[in-house]
Design a binder for this molecule. Sequence first.
Ligand code: GLN
Length: 284
Amino acid sequence: MSQTLVQAWNAAKARLQAAGVDGPVIDARLLVEAAAGASRTDIIADPRRVLTEEQAATLESFIARRERREPVSHILGRKGFWKIMLQVTADVLTPRPDTETLVELVLRELPEAKPFSVLDLGVGSGAILLAILAERPAGKGLGVDVSDEALAVARENAANLGLAGRVALLRGDWTRGLGDASFDLVVANPPYVRSAEIAGLAPEVRDHEPRLALDGGPDGLDAYRELAPEILRVLKPGCPFAVEIGFDQSTEVEALFKAAGAEAVATHKDLANRDRVVAGAKSF
Ligand code: GLN
């Protein structure tokens, strides 16, 4: 039976809702748009457009995947973050709006035209690093990740955004091998979920996102313990850092950076008013 855009949207909504998907209205619209090659306005302006058989089959496969709680970003292979569009696979953490808090914070501190070098530890899809460089043409960046698959995604994203010439992407174990006092800014969104809490995460995250990017060890703080002194080592004197944290980790992460000698350590909230970023600077 041939379906119109609006019928397809309604049917998809109902199925996703029944599958327990959070936000079925938006997800249904995104999947219908992608399957039918329709724009956001088409679905409103031309709701009676009929899906071709091929489009209907594509939509069916998209909905079936979403019913199994695969994230929309994996089904579509892309996700918007800050002002850029990123390719996304199951090998990288899907960029989250929470992380835009970190981008906004560091962009506020970075003058438009001044050259700088930024290091992104655990670069994943490249979301943070590329969002920064896309807005600061004088910047250059290094992204490090332990996953070759993630680096391949970041490379593709850098190329798609025309940023490949200003980005180096290297496989590595955090800061190992990087020189002292080398960067004007260090950012990271390390794994910070407590190991025991992973089983209780939403299926989209638990079953479809890389554990490597989520699991922060027994108390969720393993990465920060390792990173705090290392971030201060590779920063130039007087230069800032910003790391994403879990909403209940501010006290512990601030303490780790203070113990490593950081100055002006402070926690910043996300749009939902939860603690989300710890930032500070290396002293002169
Ligand atoms: N914010 C992510 C989540 O709760 C975790 C990201 C991370 O560990 N860096 O799913």
